[in-house]
Design a protein around this ligand. Structure first.
Ligand SMILES: [Cu+2]
Length: 240
């Protein structure tokens, strides 16, 4: 029996090494253009690093069992009954429950605090969803637009709502997402770290991420991040 455990364990370690190597080497993420994107991407990487050994453990046991204990008889009869091992079950539950509790705190609560604890903002942008377009307003400047234009390196608070059904505010390059719910205002913070436009990179777009009807997939608005001077010039032109 010990020999089987050893072989399965070697297979597990091998699969884990391959999995971790691929996860860390393959570029998985699109353009990350905000401080929040860094926090969210690092959470994603941590969850992957922790999840891969669990996944490969199941895979290793499955592969080893299927290939080693397969019957080679023409008409196999049922094998002897298998009895559980409480110690193994307890170990499995303890380790996976421990992992689950750990990720509630890190990256869960820790990440949420990093994204939301600081309510300070340099700029407020209101975004209102309706079937099937976004209305963007800048209360400070009295600007209404069908696009989002932001200055780089400034913390922006988006105040999001909807006039009809539930939509969802999502900008892939910033990673943040928040529901747009009729009757309430939800908030999300973004600090862009690089300039960019939708024309150069389609991850710079506001995309509805909650199925809201026929026009849902087209419910987008371009996002532009400018240097402060260029942003001020845009404000000057867009002001009524
Ligand atoms: Cu939608």
């Amino acid at each position: 029996m010990g020999r089987h455990y050893l072989k399965a364990a070697i297979l597990w370690i091998l699969l884990t090494a391959i999995g971790e190597f691929l996860a860390l080497r393959i570029p998985l993420f699109p353009t990350a253009a905000a401080e929040e994107a860094r926090i969210i991407d690092s959470s994603f990487i941590l969850l992957m690093i922790l999840g891969i050994p669990v996944f490969t453990f199941v895979l290793a046991v499955l592969i080893y069992t299927l290939s080693t204990f397969r019957s080679r008889e023409e008409a196999p009869e049922d094998g002897p009954p298998v009895h559980g091992r409480p110690a193994v079950a307890l170990l499995w539950i303890t380790i996976t429950a421990g992992l689950a509790i750990y990720v509630i705190f890190n990256p869960g609560l820790k990440g949420l605090a990093e994204l939301r604890a600081n309510q300070r903002a340099d700029l407020v942008v209101r975004v209102e969803g309706s079937r099937w377009f976004w209305k963007v307003t800048y209360p400070e400047y009295g600007i209404t637009a069908r696009e989002i234009v932001l200055p780089v390196h400034r913390r922006v608070r988006f105040e999001v709502t909807s006039v009809d059904v539930v939509h969802s505010f999502w900008v892939p390059a910033f990673r943040v997402k928040i529901d747009a719910v009729p009757g309430i205002v939800t908030r999300v913070f973004v600090t862009p770290t690089q300039t960019g436009t939708f024309q150069e990179d389609y991850h710079f777009r506001l995309q509805c991420a909650e199925l809201c009807g026929l026009g849902h997939s087209m419910m987008t608005a371009p996002v532009t991040v400018l240097e402060q001077g260029e942003f001020d010039a845009w404000v000057g032109k867009a002001k009524p």
